[in-house]
Ligand binder design. Structure first.
Ligand code: HSE
Length: 438
């Protein structure tokens, strides 16, 4: 049988990795797919030929991405440019031309996935996006296929390698935030705009996708709560450790009787949890299904070859599906498109979680009672309190508290009232806390 012709958009980190994997493992990939896979036409504005092995296997390399999606010889377009535009226009045009699409573009899927999947459905083509979430970890396949029997209860994931690398290096080596970020950029892990990593936007793109796959709801990036790691201080990392916790930047999707939580924020988790020990650039996703219980998926969430591993697996899947009836393929968002639910995504004020609080209070009798009183009046139960020694000559002391679970709106009210006390100085640090118990 003739090889399948691929059109490749982008020869950067992931594009280069994809060329390498497709050529290096060509024979084995063909044995799996049932046909050879050939990059017939690639487009890149710029690339470094020295850094890409297998480049000479590509039929033709140009700089016009639209020429690739319009090329009648191309059956599958692999979009590895990233960003919203022109990726959206290219993918929609490829679909309109009747081509299947493989993409690693989480921003594109999180923001424009509903439109893209509707267009693909209409044309009877596949849009595959395994590489969009957690790089080389086959988490989309696991959610869509491996866990299809389950009522998914919650997901908690470390889904941004750069953020995890920064938190790990800060904790283990006391390194400076900017210095670690620069290293992640040099290693090709960070986004083109690294604020996407540290402010949680990249993780929110990925969580939006995971939430839709888990709960069968349309993609709703605009409703995903996002808080980054840039406010985390070394003292919080140290206090969390003293209390038996680690701070991780988690994406959490949870089903509750009132709606669905979609939230990305720094989170204290018990240090004994496996996921609390996922360090460096590695990603991990913990999925709790009602039948299977908790399951954990771990691996490289970024980088050329791990991401290419997911891209090429998608290409193989699409090649296998070329001759199948479009109505009998795995649905894009795991649930049949007509079966997506309108379950509301909860505003953060309605989310219930436990909290770590750090405030700076006057070291005087009655202050702690006043603070505890306000928490009690708002229905917030305290789990632990730690007061540190005042530094020499200091009148104020750091006060660390852990609370039981409470609705965020109540905590907001309590923190406003506590912040207004004369005895409390400066900003109150609040970090959400989860036990992630199976
Ligand atoms: N910037 C992302 C990360 C790359 O650090 O995880 C993979 O999406």
């Amino acid at each position: 049988m003739e090889p399948v012709n691929i059109g490749l958009l982008g020869l950067g980190t992931v594009g280069g990795g994809t060329v390498t994997v497709l050529t290096r493992n060509a024979a084995e990939i063909a044995r799996r797919a049932g046909r050879g896979i050939r990059i017939a036409h690639a487009a890149a504005r710029q690339y470094d030929p020295e850094r890409i092995s297998g480049l000479d296997s590509i039929g033709r390399i140009g700089d016009d991405a639209f020429a690739v999606v319009d090329d009648p010889d191309v059956a599958i377009v692999v979009e590895l440019i990233g960003g919203y535009s022109p990726a959206r226009e290219l993918v929609l045009r490829a679909i309109a031309n009747g081509k299947h699409v493989v993409t690693a573009n989480k921003a594109l899927i999180a923001l424009h996935g509903n439109e893209i999947f509707a267009a693909a459905q209409e044309q009877g083509v596949v849009v595959a996006f395994e590489a969009a979430v957690a790089g080389g970890i086959p988490i989309i396949k696991a959610l869509r296929e491996g866990l299809a029997a389950n009522h998914i209860e919650w997901i908690a994931g470390i889904i941004n390698g750069t953020g995890n690398f920064i938190l790990t290096e800060m904790r283990d080596k006391g390194r400076d935030f900017a210095d670690v970020l620069a290293e992640a950029q040099a290693l090709g892990y960070a986004e083109a705009d690294p604020t996407f990593d540290v402010e949680g936007i990249d993780a929110a793109h990925k969580l939006t996708i995971l939430g839709s796959l888990a709960f069968g709801i349309p993609l709703q990036f605009e409703r995903t709560f996002t808080e980054g790691i840039s406010r985390i201080e070394a003292q919080d990392v140290a206090y969390a450790a003293e209390l038996g916790y680690r701070i991780k930047h988690l994406g959490i999707a949870r089903r509750t009787p009132d709606g669905i939580e979609l939230r990305v924020h720094p989170t204290l988790i018990p240090h004994r949890r496996l996921i609390a020990n996922v360090d460096g650039v590695m990603n991990a996703v913990l999925v709790k299904g009602d039948a299977v219980g908790p399951t954990l998926y771990y691996g490289a969430g970024a980088g050329a070859l791990p991401t290419a591993s997911a891209v090429v697996a998608d290409i193989v899947d699409v090649v296998r599906a070329l001759t199948t009836d479009p109505h009998n393929r795995v649905p894009h968002l795991a649930f049949q498109p007509t079966e997506l639910a309108d379950t509301p995504v909860l505003p953060m004020a309605d989310v219930e979680t436990a909290y770590y609080l750090r405030l700076t209070a006057l070291d005087r009798p009655g202050v702690m009672a006043r603070i505890a009183g306000i928490l009690g009046e708002e229905g917030i139960s305290i789990e632990a309190i730690k007061q540190k020694e005042p530094a020499a000559g200091e009148t104020h002391v750091p006060l660390i508290m852990l609370t039981h679970r409470v609705r965020e709106a109540r905590m907001d009210r309590a923190l406003t009232r506590i912040g207004e006390l004369d005895a409390v100085a400066g900003h109150i640090m609040r970090i959400r806390m989860e036990t992630l118990a199976g």
